[in-house]
Design a protein around this ligand. Sequence first.
Ligand SMILES: Cc1cc2nc3c(=O)[nH]c(=O)nc-3n(C[C@H](O)[C@H](O)[C@H](O)COP(=O)(O)OP(=O)(O)OC[C@H]3O[C@@H](n4cnc5c(N)ncnc54)[C@H](O)[C@@H]3O)c2cc1C
Length: 285
Amino acid sequence: MHLREMYRKGQLGLSFELYPPKDSAGDKALFRAAEKLKDHRPVFFSCTYGAGGTTRERTLEICVQLQRDCGVPATSHFTCVGSSKNELIEWLSQAKQSGIKNIMTLRGDVSPSAQIRPDGLKHANELVSLIKEHFPDLGIGVAGYPEKHVEAPDLQTDLDNLKRKVDAGADAVFTQLFFENRNFFTFFEKYQKAGIKVPLIPGIMPITEFDRIKRMTAMCGAHFPPDLCSRLEAVKDDKEAQLNIGIEHSAKQCEELIAKGVPGIHFYALNLSKACRGVLKAIGR
Ligand SMILES: Cc1cc2nc3c(=O)[nH]c(=O)nc-3n(C[C@H](O)[C@H](O)[C@H](O)COP(=O)(O)OP(=O)(O)OC[C@H]3O[C@@H](n4cnc5c(N)ncnc54)[C@H](O)[C@@H]3O)c2cc1C
């Protein structure tokens, strides 16, 4: 199904983001989690792509297997950093031949091993244009940042850049994870004022382990509320208690987001099912 058709009025489009594991034990865990998550009738699973092409084949293999074994559409993430235009077109062609209908279209983090190339693309909006030019049938999701992207000087500049991606042809925007809904709602107001009309899907990451989430939020720049931090700090030696606090917090976030009418929720599932299932059970989904 094309991304454009996934968010229907009166329905909540759930999606779960997974990543390519490093070994066969990880693969088994991923597919065990996917089997359980599919009970919640997601509109898609997605699988991340290593910036610079580190998971070029693995990402596609996992998407193909998710579609075949779980019967759920799989969106492949794809980054342009570190690749030439020709390499990008070649991979997209392979993805299309493999039965992938939707691409989460990203630049990726620039790093010593993933640089912008002179024969490549600088930003995700250029990758959106490339897809529209060569593979107009593919659905396109792009990233949005309610608390602004770490490199952007301010939220408005980042939003102007987000609009370039949508104007280039993106079908939906998926947000970076956030823990405070008011930041999402403020962003959504500005998003609407900027005239962006495609669905904005909030990204929620249920906390599973305090240390892990601290590392991830530091990397992506998401604000971590001090009261949530203190509650987790108080149970730092008890993983079960951390999981329960995480579920409770994400469930509250989701309830409020749904009450305000979001078209879907994109869960950063991290190849685990327990936390997402806990949240969905708590909100009766
Ligand atoms: C839902 C989601 C999924 C993700 N999946 C992956 C993944 O699978 N693999 C991975 O490596 N990373 C992933 N990321 C992280 C992402 O790659 C990084 O945040 C990266 O640094 C930026 O990617 P982008 O697509 O937002 O880039 P861009 O949209 O290019 O934005 C990057 C920066 O450049 C600015 N900018 C954008 N366009 C222009 C322009 N035309 N001119 C000037 N400035 C501009 C923006 O304001 C921003 O500061 C994901 C992020 C999200 C939210």
